[in-house]
Design a protein around this ligand. Structure first.
Ligand code: CP
Ligand code: NVA
Length: 329
């Protein structure tokens, strides 16, 4: 049994399999209007310590599309670590459901859930990272360019949880990455080193405080909120620091002419991104949000493959999964 907590925990072959399963399931859903009930009778327990639109609804609908069921558990209901210890929540919830997704503040809380859970745990965002988002983003970029290797991803803004997972994804999928963040908001050295090691020395991560230099000739320009959930009391200070890092039409002129713009959402329009760019021809914000649904189906099916009708044999896995998905079509 393996958890999905960090893009760095998996091999790039596994990650490609998850993406390819997502692509097959997406195509099937788009062309046939439904998926095979691959996870019939399976239940996902979703623990949320923070608000969510995309993560909650896309996981719930993903399970529904493949014949399973999802349960939303609000912060008040569970009282993770307060009403009950994390270890006890993991063991009890894991005895009712087949897979758990958790969104927490502290990354250690998701790690602790995974340590005690008898079923796989998926990280639905922590203060440290957001791996499901990065998988949906890789799917979106792949659909745009037909490849990932060698593309230049520029991230402009706060080097937060989303940026961390993008760095790990860039390392795993052979992309180059540049980060344009103000001093004090740049990625930690240990995160850059982790991504570099993961890429076996292939990843070049440029970190600069110059947003124009960051997006120079980029294929993808990515941004996220200046103030993440849990940092609300810093919002005013951040509003003073980040305006030069706004993704607007002027900044976009320095990216490659074919560049696409991405944002994990929710967006604070007029702050990190302008309406003109968010709603402009280069924006992929909404296909990207939709891809959360498809990418997560790939992750769920991959993690639960040995719980159902699918076989477990390493490299034959993907072909077998695709065969089962396509069934008697
Ligand atoms: N991008 C994302 O995770 O959105 P939610 O916070 O709405 O889930
Ligand atoms: N960085 C943001 C992402 C929201 C999906 C946050 O953590 O609030």
């Amino acid at each position: 049994m393996k958890h999905f907590l960090d893009i760095a925990d998996w091999s790039s072959a596994d990650l490609w399999d998850m993406l390819n399963i997502a692509r097959v399931l997406k195509e099937q859903y788009k062309t046939k209007g439904a998926n095979k009930p691959l996870l019939k009778g399976k239940a996902l327990g979703m623990i949320f310590q923070k608000p969510s639109l995309r993560t909650r609804v896309s996981f719930e609908m993903a399970m529904q599309h493949v014949g399973g069921h999802a349960l939303y558990l609000s912060p008040q209901e569970i009282g993770l670590g307060k009403r009950e210890s994390i270890a006890d929540v993991a063991r009890v919830l894991g005895s009712y459901v087949h897979i758990i997704m958790a969104r927490t503040f502290e990354h250690e809380h998701v790690l602790e859930l995974a340590q005690w859970s008898p079923v796989p745990v998926i990280n639905g965002l922590t203060d440290y990272n957001h791996p499901c988002q990065a998988m949906a983003d890789m799917l979106t970029i792949y659909e745009e360019f037909g490849r990932l290797e060698g593309l230049h991803l520029a991230y402009v803004g706060d080097s937060n949880n989303v940026a961390t997972s993008l760095m790990m994804a860039a390392a795993q999928f052979g992309m180059q990455m540049t980060i344009g963040s103000p001093p004090g908001y740049q990625p930690k050295e240990e995160v850059i080193e982790k991504a570099f090691r993961l890429s076996r020395g292939r990843l070049s991560v440029g970190v600069t405080s110059d947003p124009v230099a960051a997006v120079q000739n980029a294929d993808v320009v990515y941004t996220d909120t200046w103030t993440s959930m849990g940092q609300e009391e810093e919002a005013e200070r951040r509003r003073q620091v980040f305006p030069p890092y706004q993704v607007n039409a002027e900044l976009l002129k320095h990216a490659a002419p074919h560049a696409i713009v991405m944002h994990c959402l929710p967006a604070h329009r007029g702050e990190e991104i302008t309406d003109e760019v968010a709603d402009g021809p280069q924006s992929r914000l909404f296909p990207q949000a939709e891809n959360r649904l498809h990418a997560q189906k790939g992750i769920l099916v991959y993690l639960l493959e040995d719980a159902g009708q699918l076989t477990k044999k390493s490299r034959q896995r993907f072909e077998k999964i695709v065969q089962v998905i396509r069934g008697q079509e």
